[in-house]
Design a protein around this ligand. Structure first.
Ligand code: ZN
Length: 448
């Protein structure tokens, strides 16, 4: 399970470009936590994925929350007295405060001014604002635009609708040989913001397409959710099945040029926390691991104490730590194909560790076994990729006491997980090691 395998399985030479192209297609849609923008987004994903869409009616009780009214918008503008659209939703959907109630009025600048949001310290960016859970309206504009507004009478129009409807989310289950699950989730509720939602969607879409084509141990449950209320809705409806979740990743902010960041699960030492730290360390690209805090993306919900799922968050530069965050500067030029590809490769490397980790036992534990006699040195020399070596075999054998998993061996030896895994495979092939599960079964069957 790696980038090379993905390219072969998908017949795609440049997954970075393909992910960027998907983000470009989704970019213009005006998404929010409910409404047609989310439906259109999931509809595009459905062209390539066996996605199941759920529609949950307004007013449905979900944990401590209630599914809100559905929000849709057709148009919005501020027109000056000569009829020019000085702020135009058609030019950029960030111009309207998300979930704005409909409005049509004439007002002087003075009266309109408290409804206008800009960023004086970033005068070229339109801010991203919402009013999800209270009836309000407003416009967002660049500070330069705001300063250019003259004292005039303006026509203000927001042609939106807040109606009883549904909350929409998408889900795919990709069965593995085990019913135990890896949960992968991304958010689909931000309008024209590229790093903050489209990068995660693009990486998740590629993962799902790949995982549907190759065999894997775990069953993958992939979620495309409106942030917070979507995750809470999904958790409320799937509470009885959460016992199957063994590992999880929230994907977000995967296209910027910063190094990878992994935010640990609330548990802090779950297998996914250790696997991600191991992968980032051995990638040698300055990746960072941070502790859990109850703020951020939907790991907040998955890691709430009543669920406490082993779910971490994979990103590049964390939210709020780059100037383009939640502004029109988070656009398609801000996310780069090569960064999307590196994020996808990192994600696959973490899944590879989770898929292959296990406990293996040295069947010849008294003294070192003679490796040369079994052709292992020759097999090693035949490999040109330096995938595994004598040290990895010696570590695998030495810690093959039934108490250490392959990830334990990798951590203690300082060697990459892949080396330990492949060394163990070679040792299994010549009968020197066996899976602890398999051995238990063997011993049981032979009455030992
Ligand atoms: Zn955001």
């Amino acid at each position: 399970m790696d980038l090379k395998g993905l390219k072969t399985a998908l017949g795609e030479n440049d997954p970075g470009a393909a992910m960027h192209a998907l983000a470009s297609r989704l970019y213009p849609l005006c998404r929010s936590i409910t409404g047609n923008g989310v439906r259109q987004t999931l509809g595009i994903l459905k062209e390539t994925l066996p996605l199941t869409l759920s529609e949950v009616p307004t007013g449905t009780q979900v944990l401590d929350w209630t599914v809100p009214r559905e929000w849709n918008i057709r148009d919005a503008y501020i027109k000056d007295s000569r009829g020019n659209r000085v702020v135009d939703f058609q030019a950029h959907n960030l111009h309207v405060v998300g979930y704005s109630v409909p409005v049509h009025a004439k007002m002087r600048l003075e009266e309109l001014r408290p409804r206008l949001h800009s960023l004086p310290d970033k005068p070229d960016f339109i801010p991203y604002r919402n009013s999800f859970y209270k009836d309000d309206w407003g416009f967002c504009l660049t500070h330069k635009q705001l300063l250019a507004l003259k004292d005039d009478e303006y026509e203000v129009r927001i042609d939106s609708a807040l109606t009883d409807g549904n909350l929409t989310y998408g889900e795919i289950t990709l069965p593995g040989t085990s019913r135990e699950e890896i949960l992968i989730s991304c958010h689909v509720c931000h309008p024209s913001l590229a790093n903050d939602n489209l990068s995660g969607i693009a990486v998740a879409q590629h993962l799902a397409r790949y995982l549907s084509k190759v065999p894997h141990l775990y069953t993958y449950r992939m979620l495309f959710l409106p942030v917070t209320i979507g995750a809470i809705t999904w958790l409320a409806r799937n509470e009885n099945d959460l016992g199957r979740v063994r590992h999880g990743l929230v994907l977000s902010l995967l296209g910027d040029s910063g190094p990878m960041t992994f935010k640990r699960s609330r548990k802090g030492d779950a297998a996914v926390d250790r696997a991600a730290a191991h992968v980032l360390k051995h990638a040698g690209k300055g990746g960072r691991v941070e502790d859990f805090i109850p703020y951020g993306y939907d790991e907040r919900q998955f890691c709430s104490p009543g669920f406490d799922l082993p779910v971490g968050c994979l990103m590049r530069t964390p939210h709020g730590r780059f100037p383009e965050y939640h502004t029109s500067g988070d656009n398609l030029a801000f996310i780069k194909p090569e960064n999307l590809e590196d994020s996808l490769a990192t994600c696959l490397a973490i899944l590879e560790v989770l898929e292959h980790d296990g406990v293996f036992v040295n069947l010849n534990p008294k003294g070192e076994p003679q490796l040369g006699r079994r052709g292992l040195y020759r097999a090693m020399a035949d490999r040109t990729d330096g995938d595994w070596n004598e040290m990895s075999m010696l570590w695998a054998l030495n810690l093959g006491d039934g108490k250490h998993s392959l990830l334990d061996v990798a951590e203690r030896s300082g060697l990459p997980f892949g080396n330990i895994f492949r060394a163990t495979e070679a040792l299994r092939a010549c009968g020197l090691m066996a899976s602890a599960d398999g051995l238990e079964k063997h011993n049981r069957e032979n009455g030992k």
